[in-house]
Design a protein around this ligand. Structure first.
Ligand SMILES: [Zn+2]
Length: 72
């Protein structure tokens, strides 16, 4: 669900590291450390805790997938 006002719906494709059915993993535009990465759920929610169980699992899987690969 695209939202014209959403920063993450309009992310430059060169910042996308990986995608899944429920998540988007991107390089942070203003990294505070090397390899600073954001994992964004596809569905617009205010908090991680509003996600459905399958979406939370996908976020955690994306986190696991990115572990140990700073600056990927
Ligand atoms: Zn969005």
């Amino acid at each position: 669900m695209m939202d014209i006002n959403c920063l993450f719906c309009n992310i430059p494709t060169d910042r996308i590291i990986s995608e899944s059915d429920y998540t988007l993993t991107i390089r942070d535009g203003f990294p505070v450390s090397e390899g600073h990465t954001l994992i964004i759920p596809n569905r617009h929610v205010k908090s991680f805790f509003e996600l459905h169980a399958i979406e939370k699992a996908a976020v955690l899987q994306a986190l696991e997938d990115g572990e140990g690969s700073p600056g990927q």
